[in-house]
Design a protein around this ligand. Structure first.
Ligand code: NDP
Ligand code: KPL
Length: 315
């Protein structure tokens, strides 16, 4: 199994991180980039807590890099590490180089893109959806910093009768949809609010945001526990209290970080809004006035000041 290389698509923070991780696990890695070549060596900086003192360790990892049009081999293990809005195109551009029995994995935030990707994948191939709580920052084209320790899980997006295991067995879980909904819930609170108010994740714990956070969590709990919600089997445990614990914990653990959506707005890049608040609005059996305000505040710069006032006037 380890003889055939992994094809990793996307040389962003997560793609470079997984290229290093797979190389450390003993796999060969072929990495596809789109705009900027990362070169053949990637530097990964991570923290250790050896004997109570925090140290930064830097390691170098060798990968082979390609533009999609330069590929010639066929791959049976593929890991897509793009943002959700690029996922289907990124797969389609390499689909001729993927074996009919391949394991195809994706690791993007939000929901909606996985279902579109499933439609492009052959029945004989397996789509593994993944979710990660690792924090990674790309500081240069070939240099990443591991900013937060976390876990990563993969599960079959459309579960089959056969008990399949992910090529890295220890990362396999049975109900990936449940884990993805839990992550979606956290992202639907932290990402748009930090982006709209231009604050770090930890600032959400400040007194001035308490009524807004409470109202946002209550609204999310109403969808996730609604009998007509399409993922009710996987989401019914997400009550307001359960969500509050998750959001507070992540806001605390990542208190000095900017959320990915905050960073995208700051750098005027496309956000994953359509796959977070947008997904919830489009799939909710009830109207979602707060998610709609959050969606609009992220999407439409000219409405942002007005949206902020409305969000802060929630009691
Ligand atoms: N970074 C983090 O700590 C975390 C990220 N995530 C999620 O992981 C996903 C990836 O995040 P992240 O790595 O930070 O995002 P980045 O924007 O840093 O990286 C995405 C990369 O995908 C590349 N890409 C897009 N389309 C293609 C294509 N067709 N062919 C080749 N490469 C392509 C982009 O290339 P180009 O440079 O040309 O734009 C970019 O380098 C997101 O959904 C994010 O929400 C989840 C948890 C933590
Ligand atoms: C968990 C969180 C909110 C950490 O910042 C994240 O996933 C993101 O920024 O997209």
């Amino acid at each position: 199994m380890k003889n055939s290389p992994w094809l990793v698509i996307g040389a962003g923070a997560i793609g470079l991180f997984w290229a290093c991780k797979l190389e450390k696990l003993g796999y060969k890695v072929h990495l596809v980039y789109r705009s900027e070549s990362p070169g053949k060596r990637i530097t990964l900086e991570s923290f250790t807590d050896e004997g109570g003192t925090q140290e930064v360790i830097s390691s170098k990892h060798k990968v082979k890099i390609f533009l999609a049009k330069e590929l010639t081999e066929s791959y049976d293990k593929v890991l897509l590490c793009t943002k959700s809005f690029d996922l289907a195109d990124a797969f389609n551009q390499v689909s001729n180089y993927i074996t009919p029995d391949a394991d195809v994995a994706c690791l993007c935030n939000g929901l909606g893109a996985q279902e579109i990707l499933q439609e492009s994948i052959q029945n004989s191939q397996t789509l593994w959806a993944g979710t990660t709580s690792e924090g990674v920052l790309k500081v240069d084209v070939n240099h990443i910093k591991h900013t937060g320790l976390g876990d990563t899980f993969f599960g079959e997006w459309t579960p089959s009768d056969a008990t399949k295991v992910f090529p890295i067995e220890s990362l396999t879980v049975k109900n990936i949809r449940q884990r993805m909904l839990e992550k979606l819930a956290v992202n639907a609170v932290i990402n748009p609010i930090t982006a709209i108010f231009n604050i770090q994740n930890g600032d959400l714990l400040n007194e001035e945001y308490k009524p807004l956070i409470k109202a946002t969590l209550d609204e999310l709990a109403d969808i996730f526990t609604h009998p007509k919600f399409c993922f009710i089997q996987e989401s019914q445990h997400l009550t307001s209290d359960n969500l509050r614990n998750r959001v507070n914990t992540i806001a605390q653990l990542t208190r000095l970080n900017r959320s990915s959506m905050h960073e995208d707005l700051r750098l005027r890049r496309q956000t994953e809004n359509n796959y977070i608040s947008g997904f919830l609005i489009n799939n909710s059996p009830i109207t979602l006035p707060i998610q709609q305000l959050l969606y609009d505040g992220v999407e439409f710069e000219e409405q942002r000041e007005e949206v902020k006032k409305k969000l802060l006037s929630i009691t």
